[in-house]
Design a protein around this ligand. Structure first.
Ligand code: MN3
Length: 206
């Protein structure tokens, strides 16, 4: 059974960046539905005991096309939202320090340059999707975007996402309406760089 990340903060704790009703609907409805559909599809495909990252990296081994698609979409939705909700926090914001902060400067020049790049990817993603900061086992960082519930794992890049910017309208429309850019700007105020750095270190240390 794949389990949903348990929120350590209240629905209204991310205000004013993200309003309570959006968190409640996004986490309590959208994310739950992805989890339930993922569990159903994984059960049917006989892969319910696998690690979600391993499963998403090896979708080509699922022979049934409908099940493969269900696992890609719902497994992605499950995994992507676990990452999203676990890397934002009422105590977030600011800039990463330490190992990740140094790696960002080496790869992108500065944190501001990374922020600009991620913002451009997130605002430029046509339709529903995500923007990501990811890292591979060699410690190389990558900024990218994906449509739907795809991510750098299911896209077979060998990278693991560590920052997740959800630009599906359900992530911001109640408060920001058509102003996706305003939502992205506010999201940076709550990104939990300590949580992001912990994932970064898990990936590079294997
Ligand atoms: Mn979402």
């Amino acid at each position: 059974m794949f389990k949903q990340y348990e929120l350590p903060y209240a629905y209204d704790a991310l205000e004013p960046s993200i309003d309570a009703l959006t968190v409640e609907t996004h986490y309590g409805k959208h994310h739950v539905t992805y989890m339930n559909n993922f569990n159903d599809a994984a059960e049917k495909a006989g892969v319910a005991d696998q690690d979600a990252e391993v499963l998403l990296a090896s979708l080509d081994q699922i022979e049934d096309e409908a099940l493969r698609k269900a696992l890609r979409n719902n497994g992605g939705g499950y995994y992507n939202h676990n990452l999203y909700f676990s890397t934002i926090s009422p105590d977030g914001g600011g800039e990463p320090e330490g190992t990740l902060g140094e790696a960002i400067k080496a790869e992108f020049g500065s944190f501001e340059a990374l922020k600009e790049k991620l913002t451009a990817l997130a605002t430029g993603q046509f339709g529903s999707g995500w923007a990501w900061l990811s890292v591979n086992k060699d410690g190389k960082l990558m900024a990218s975007s994906s449509p739907n519930q795809d991510n750098p794992i299911s896209e077979g890049t060998g990278y693991v996402p560590i920052v997740a910017i959800d630009v599906w309208e359900h992530a911001y429309y109640l408060k920001y309406k058509n102003l996706r850019g305003d939502y992205i700007k506010q999201l940076f105020e709550i990104i939990d760089w300590k949580a992001v750095t912990a994932i970064y270190e898990r990936v590079i240390n294997g």
